[in-house]
Ligand binder design. Structure first.
Ligand code: ACM
Length: 484
């Protein structure tokens, strides 16, 4: 199982077997959608009717108990008489059902009818996350991914109890979210992608559908509008956003650090206010990410001015600020979240410490550990290597609590695995970089410190292979793992 639960005990003489007359019971209408999702999948693979009923059932989902485990915690018991998942909230039930699906044989995830038996070795589990923020980032700017592709991505990553979907929505190569007050952002700024092919963008309905689908998988969308650098697509769309009022060409290569919004113009802040308002209005989560990374073409004093003004606009539009660690050089509003993407660079660590001194919390995305676009080894056909080669062991074997010196444990909100897509233009390539590394980052975010152990993790990871085969996931068979 990944992530490893906080506590698990075997019930040695008991086996649960899902039979054709099984039912799914629930005692809370809020769990209906969760029961439906489970039933839809198990009907497909088992061929059983699996009616959903109020009250108890062969598989019982209950929100009467487990209060001490928090909003995401749950208890699960599988024995000869049935399975009971108990949580204080629907969200906790969803996490528990994620575990239940991992306990069932891999073929339970098939989309055609399979032969049983459908057995689970008797067990009791009591589980709750170490960190509240367990994210994955998808860059839809360098290459665009459709709503259906993003949904498929959500299906796969939510299996590992990931609860935040950070969408990198604007960059030099493309603007990917409709903004009614600045329509050329998508009409023109979203038209291309890396390599010069057709790009794309999300209409408001598209974005709403991603938010809804993520929510159904208990994932919160964190939208990122990257500023003041990484803005060529916006600058190309609107000349007035440029220092010299001249729009650059659209850009379809992969260099970074050459673009900047005009820091001293009022129109820049009118633009950001309207963009943030429209994005915030459509985002139920309380974070809005304003980027802030690699602003190499913004003079440093101007950068600090920008951070103060832009963060204020995020707050004005009702969201908490999230930004890459460079923003911590500026003054941050209360409640900000700073995303660390450094390696072992002391300058980046100082910025993380400065963020904490200002009262911000940290999301850890060390590039040499958690960046899913880094090559596994020198010959990996996809990905980049500027942060080093990131083997499965390298991505798993670190401790969020001690990554950055002189940062108190309670300043760590969690972890995130970003996937940049300069070299990834389809889902098969995305899957190849995400799996098998993402489950390890998910475990670092969920499991207790004592559970983290490369030796036993490898064995649990190897057991995911049959499941990915059933699901058709194009995972990398890293030779360091003894795959089943
Ligand atoms: C980053 O990788 N520029 C956040």
């Amino acid at each position: 199982m990944i992530p490893q639960p906080t506590a698990q005990q075997a019930l040695p003489d008991q086996t649960f077997t899902l039979e054709s007359d099984a039912t799914i019971g629930l005692d809370d209408a809020a769990a209906r959608a969760i029961a439906d999702q489970l039933a839809v999948q198990l009907r497909r693979s088992t061929g059983f009717a699996l009616p959903i009923q109020e009250g108890t059932g062969t598989i019982a989902l209950s929100t009467k108990g487990a209060e001490s485990l928090g909003a995401e915690g749950y208890e699960l018991r599988a024995d000869a008489s049935g399975v009971v998942v108990t949580a204080a909230t629907a969200e906790g039930l969803f996490r528990g059902v994620t575990t239940l699906r991992q306990l069932l044989p891999a073929k339970a995830d098939a989309d055609t009818t399979q032969d049983g038996p459908w057995e689970i070795a008797g067990t009791t589990i009591s589980d709750a996350p170490r960190y509240s923020y367990r994210g994955v980032m998808l860059d839809v700017t360098r290459h665009f991914f459709t709503v259906d592709q993003v949904k498929h991505f959500i299906d796969l990553v939510s299996r590992y109890k990931i609860n935040q979907l950070h969408l990198h929505l604007s960059d030099d190569q493309g603007w990917r979210i409709q903004v009614d007050s600045w329509p050329r952002l998508t009409e023109y700024g979203g038209s291309l992608q890396v390599g010069g092919g057709a790009g794309g963008s999300y209409t408001k309905d598209d974005y709403a559908e991603i938010v809804r689908y993520a929510g159904e998988h208990y994932m919160t969308v964190v939208p990122e509008i990257d500023t003041p650098g990484h803005t060529n697509a916006a600058l190309a769309s609107y000349p007035e956003l440029n220092k010299g009022d001249v729009a650059p060409e659209l850009y379809t290569e992969t260099e970074v650090g050459f673009s900047s919004l005009a820091i001293d113009k009022d129109v820049t802040y009118e633009f950001l206010d309207e963009v943030f308002r429209e994005v915030a209005e459509q985002t139920p989560g309380d974070l809005l990410h304003l980027g802030g990374d690699e602003a190499h073409s913004t003079e440093h004093g101007e950068y600090l001015t920008f951070v103060a003004k832009a963060t204020e606009l995020v707050v004005k539009n009702g969201k908490r600020v999230m930004g890459w660690h460079e923003v911590a050089d500026g003054t941050l509003p209360a409640g900000s979240v700073v995303q660390y993407w450094g390696t072992e660079d002391p300058k980046a660590q100082v910025l993380a410490q400065r963020a904490v001194e200002q009262g911000a919390t940290l999301v850890l995305s060390p590039a040499n550990r958690s960046y899913l676009d880094m090559k596994y080894h020198a010959e990996t056909p996809l990905g980049l290597d500027w942060a080093g080669l990131v083997s499965v062991e390298q991505s798993y074997s670190w401790n969020p609590a001690t990554l950055i010196p002189n940062v108190p444990a309670d300043a760590i909100a969690g972890v995130e695995a970003p996937l940049w897509t300069e070299t990834l233009d389809d889902l098969a390539k995305v899957e190849f970089m995400v799996f098998p590394r993402l489950p390890g980052i998910a475990e670092l975010g969920w499991s207790s410190e004592e559970a983290l152990d490369w030796e036993t993790y490898q064995e649990r990871l190897a057991e995911e292979a049959p499941r990915w085969e059933v699901l058709g996931v194009n995972f990398y068979r890293a030779p360091e793992i003894d795959w089943r």
